[in-house]
Write a protein that binds this ligand. Structure first.
Ligand SMILES: *[C@@H]1O[C@H](CO)[C@@H](O)[C@H](O)[C@H]1NC(C)=O
Length: 264
């Protein structure tokens, strides 16, 4: 398992690093981005518990994906007042590096079996150029356009990482009963997406508003996020995955729905 750069482990040292220091079971966009990064051992950032971290539970993937996206948006401890404009470009470099790795390996210009195995479903390097690349591009877009001053980008990330990622896992495990209009999606997956997308998004919005990046009226916010979760879940359930990858349709639909509900 490769180590993340230090600045990835920001405000959530406990969460991020306990997840990131254990090998991911499968999906993980960030952990191998920096194979040559120095060992993750800076004393001030290293949580004391990490060496005793128990093995990851089976649901580690969405959690890992989520912690990555929370991490890039989190302020560095000593840069809370740093220029937000610069910070967002700096944070976008992380997915950018990740992005170039996916392209290089997706085009088979370099060979890295562990990367291919960790983020693709069938082990074909070309798959890197689809879902995983879209995922990283969306992460970058959310960081660049919305950053952490607006709930819109956070909710889009919550739906993509927390909602869709969790739906995928639950659907695979328990999704034998399919949705009538889409035989590749299950009721369990969609309901999981609705519920986890909602809670993850609310959690992220709460977290960043508690840090003071924006202020929310909680009654309204809960209703709006519920509406966005519903939209994202319906979009994810539609039989359009062959036309538009879920990693594009879900964040875009969530962004649009959140933008409309939060600005009107
Ligand atoms: C979306 O991105 C994740 C993370 O790379 C990946 O594991 C997943 O397979 C992608 N989803 C689709 C539908 O391609």
């Amino acid at each position: 398992m490769c180590t993340p750069p230090h600045f990835l482990i920001l405000l959530l040292p406990g969460l991020s690093s306990s997840l990131l220091t254990s090998p991911p079971t499968h999906v993980s966009i960030f952990s191998t981005a920096f194979p040559n990064a120095p060992p993750y051992s800076q004393p001030t950032l290293q949580p004391p518990l990490s060496s005793k971290t128990p093995p990851l539970p089976p649901l580690s993937s969405p959690a890992l994906m989520l912690s990555s996206s929370v991490s890039i948006l989190s302020p560095k401890k000593n840069s809370f007042n740093s220029n937000a404009g610069e910070a967002r470009y700096f944070a976008s470099l992380v997915p950018l590096v990740n992005c170039s790795r996916l392209i290089i390996h997706g085009l088979s210009l370099a060979d890295d079996q562990s990367l291919v195995k960790s983020v693709t479903r069938e082990g074909n390097p070309k798959e890197l150029l689809r879902g995983p690349l879209y995922y990283v591009v969306m992460l970058m877009l959310c960081a660049l356009v919305f950053w952490r001053e607006s709930p819109v980008g956070l909710i889009a990330l919550g739906m993509m990482c927390g909602g869709d990622g969790f739906a995928d896992i639950m659907g695979r495990k328990f999704g034998s009963s399919k949705i009538p209009y889409n035989q590749t999606k299950s009721w369990v997956g969609s309901i999981s997406m609705l519920v986890s997308g909602f809670f993850v998004s609310i959690g992220m919005v709460w977290y960043y508003s508690a840090l003071g990046y924006f202020q929310m009226d909680w009654g309204d916010t809960v209703q709006r996020v519920a509406l966005v979760s519903l939209v994202a879940t319906v979009v994810e359930s539609l039989p359009i995955s062959n036309l538009i990858d879920d990693n594009i349709s879900v964040p875009l639909a969530s962004m649009l729905a959140a933008y409309l509900t939060f600005t009107h």
